[in-house]
Design a protein around this ligand. Structure first.
Ligand SMILES: Cc1cc2nc3c(=O)[nH]c(=O)nc-3n(C[C@H](O)[C@H](O)[C@H](O)COP(=O)(O)O)c2cc1C
Length: 213
């Protein structure tokens, strides 16, 4: 596959930027977007240049207060296997009766995709910007990574699984007390097509507010 990169570079501060960029391709992508389960991902993953662009796109999310309340920890190549030892040890500590097969599965989790990006929410407590809004911005980063990866021709899945909430894993990630995992973004090439899943009925989600008489 040809290595897809954006046609434009991110603007510099103060540059004039278009308020919108009509793009039927983007709408098509959004109308058909599906996650590919990590088990169906394989190499190749994005190149270094593509990873930089993915992260540049992701950090353009809305960010109330310009706090940049997120950061990234990348896992590629052998680091994925090495981190597997952390996952396996934490899993075993919490599940001392776990079988060898289960522990081996945990050790191999990050090997499911050529690239795993841990998105850490960096929360500033006691700030006028509520924590909820900082967390929402982290969610937007995760979603933008999914979409940008898809637009580059890669498949992706946003996972938290148990290890997003595990103290030993957080320590091994180097997270401090005000940081938490928003998602592990698995990115690679799909080796199986996705099937459409059940969707909520749009009409069930919509009301039109009207002033009470
Ligand atoms: C914050 C967050 C965490 C998620 N964690 C998991 C997870 O641990 N395991 C899982 O199977 N799906 C998880 N998902 C759901 C998948 O990313 C994905 O949305 C799901 O497989 C449905 O596919 P779709 O995105 O194509 O609708 C998570 C989604 C979000 C938003």
């Amino acid at each position: 596959m040809k290595s897809i990169l954006p046609r434009v570079q991110p603007p510099g501060q103060g540059d004039e930027v278009p308020p919108c960029s009509p793009s039927p391709d983007t709408l098509d992508l959004l109308m058909r977007r599906r996650s590919t389960i990590a088990a169906n991902l394989s190499a190749p993953g994005p190149t270094e240049a593509q990873i930089k662009m993915l992260l540049a796109a992701a950090t353009r999310v809305p960010d109330h207060g310009k706090l940049a309340p997120w950061r990234f920890i990348l896992f590629e190549g052998a680091a994925r296997k090495h981190f597997g030892k952390v996952l396996a040890a934490s899993f075993q500590a919490a599940n001392p009766e776990a079988s060898y097969e289960l522990i081996a599965f945990e050790a191999n989790r990050f090997l499911r995709a050529p690239l795993v990006i841990a998105v850490a929410a960096r929360l500033t407590k006691n700030h006028k910007i509520p924590l909820w809004e900082q967390e929402l911005s982290s969610g937007a980063v995760c979603q933008t990574l999914l979409i940008a990866a898809n637009a580059m021709g890669f498949a992706s899945q946003w996972l938290t699984e148990w290890y997003a909430y595990d103290a030993a894993v957080a320590a091994a990630l180097g997270l401090d007390a005000d940081e938490r995992v928003a998602g592990f973004m698995y990115i690679g090439s799909a080796h199986k097509p996705c099937l459409e899943r059940a969707r909520p009925r749009l009409d069930d989600l919509i009301t039109h507010w009207e002033a009470k008489a």
